[in-house]
Design a protein around this ligand. Sequence first.
Ligand SMILES: [Zn+2]
Length: 600
Amino acid sequence: MSGSPTRKPVKVGRPRADSLVVVDKASVETDIGAAPPRPLAARERLGALLVHKGLITREQLEATLTEAPPGSRIGELLVSRQLVDEQDIAKALADQYGQRFLELSSSPPDPEIARLLPEQLARRYNAIPVRQLDNGLLLVAFVDPTDLRVLDELSMALSQRIQPGVSEPAEIVAAIDAAWRNTAESSESADQPVAGIAAIDAAVDNDSPAMDLVNKLLRRVIASGASDLHFVPTEAGLVVRARVDGVMRDFNHVAAELQAAVIARLKVMASLDIAERRLPQDGRVSITLADTRMDLRLAILPTTQGESAILRILRLDNEGIGISLEDLGMSSGTREAFERALAHSSGSIIVCGPTGSGKTTTLYTALKMLNDGQRAIVTIEDPVETIFYGINQVEVNARAGLSFARGLRTILRADPDVILIGEIRDHETAEIAMQSALTGHLVLSTLHAEDVLGTVARVKDMGVSHLVLSSAIRCILAQRLLRRLCERCKEPCPEEARLLPQTVDGRSATPFKAKGCSACMRTGYSGRVGIFEILELTPPLRALIEQPTANLLAEAVSRGMSTLYDDALRLCAAGTTSSDEVRRALGRGLEQLAVRSPNR
Ligand SMILES: [Zn+2]
């Protein structure tokens, strides 16, 4: 997998289902935020517990607290005054936090398990893995199980969920010594290149500027609603760009001296091999930030200028996913047609558009509507972008041989009511999808095509027969995302009024154009809205599937199908978006559209 086969199995150079680090919310929020001082309340609780256990008196506690310097640990102070010993403190801490007290001298850690954690991290954090628990968690002994940042770091480094336990500091040090005594690993870790260790040190150091910077960037990027973050190497450091509302923009800059440490920090987060700098790697990590659960997918690419990193941000909570079809920007006609198709218990519904046109969001919104507890729903996706309660979601894994087609065959054995196929992109998947749609399954999928007719042509090209296609497909929805004009700064653009029909949806046309203000980061746009065209395959249209697609279009439009261009005109007339934005998204501005639109 990577170029350093002698290293220990801590780093993961490829995504694995079990490499997903699940970190609880509190720990990550602490991790991302500034280092919080240990709250006085916690010190008082430990002190009170020791008093309660009769190990110290209230007077001794108060005297110690009064003289305690800021930031000091009450436990250490009491030990230094010889009022209690380390074991008392460890037991009290375990009691206080409902965790196990681990006596490592009498039941030492399994050396194999212990060495899952690199020695330098074990020593840095005074922690050692003890054994694998039946519940799948890894039991790790800590001196202080309350430092959430340490739990978080170790959970990431181990690619495992941790069950903390408490031990005496001296016992942990002895156990670490024992685990690495006379082992090959010990000499091997001493042989590691100095630069690698320096990078690890920088990346795991809680106070490192690299970690601060990455955390700040993540906070900002999430606040801005960006979907991707690109770290592009240059001679002067890393240029950081973010994709917001589908458009890349410069976001920040990382100085050359921090470049290696920032890349290393990203690798640590995604459990990648820090020392590997010549091969591409990809990994993932789940975090919770500002109440949003998200999955970060990291790809590291070695370029001629150095390593570049691409971070894709997937928001996992489905609460925020297209609350309704209307919120996506669907007109009432489109929405009703789409809902008619969703109301059937079988048939194929295809959503098409180029990458980044919002297809998945639309399907997820539909899935949310269908997920009423009365249907068995299974998805196969690449990747799973949002996790739904009560839906079986399978992720395609090409390297493990799990393709869309293979996953689908397995899924069909369970005979679900609704199947979501992330994308139809080959003959086999198309064939299975269509056959499933004909045999009592409602099959939702996306397909990469420009518009509804392009989809018909594409499915035909994949070798699906006209007969199967015309009876299996219930409807095809094509879509794009257009940026919304910023409501704070948009300006009227009366000269474009002549390009628009006088009234749209009973309202007079009032075109606007972008200006730019502080609220929209000078872009003139804020947020996005969908435009749609929907082809409902009604019986008269089914009969035309065999014919050239132009005939199908003419008939569909004559029966009232509104095209992507019609929908773009509608939004321009309402002042929701601009002619410039339509030109960017569709390749044609209002000048051409006004002439082209067959309905006007
Ligand atoms: Zn603005």
